[in-house]
Structures are given as C-alpha cells and as structure tokens.
Design a protein. Sequence first.
Length: 110
Amino acid sequence: MQSVQSALSDKEKNIEDLQSQLQKQQDEINSLKTQSNTKKSDLKTLATYYESMDPANAANILNQITDNNVLIGILSNMNKDNASKILEQLDPKKAADITKILYASASNSQ
C-alpha cells in the first residue's frame, strides 16, 4: 500500500512539474506574440512615414538600408501604388533583389 501511494505521489509531482513547464511555455508564447504585434505595429507606422514622403526622397533613404528584409517589411506595409512608386525609384539592383525575394516568398507560400 505504501509503494502505491508513493508511486501516486511521484506521478502527481510529475504532473505538477509538467503543468508548470507548460505554463512557462505558454507565458513565453504570449510574450513573443506581444513582441511580434508590437513590431508589426511599429513597421506599419514606419511604412506610413515613407508613404507620406516624395517617392524619390523615400527611395534615396531606403537605398541606404542594406537589409533587404527590412525594405520588404516596409514596402509590404504600404499600399501598392505608393510602394511601386518608391520601388521604381530604388537602385535597380536593389529593386531586382527585392523582387527576387518577394517572388521566392510567393512561390514558397503556394
């Protein structure tokens, strides 16, 4: 009888440990979701700044950004008309690189 209760107690402790681990993981997921939502909101705000600029001036600034993923994030959060006006003003190689990345991304999502 004692060994059955001991085994039961061990199982209960194991369940409590697993529940604690699960709660920590859920808390971490919620934190990451919050961070992601904040970044998305910040990116949309940044995109509106560039949308309000003259396309040539915006392109001059964006040409200085070396991380094409940042550019894609900004352009993706703009309406298509404004994004295309800026894209046509970008350095042709940079615009081509961005187009290749967008194409690869679209191909992979299908």
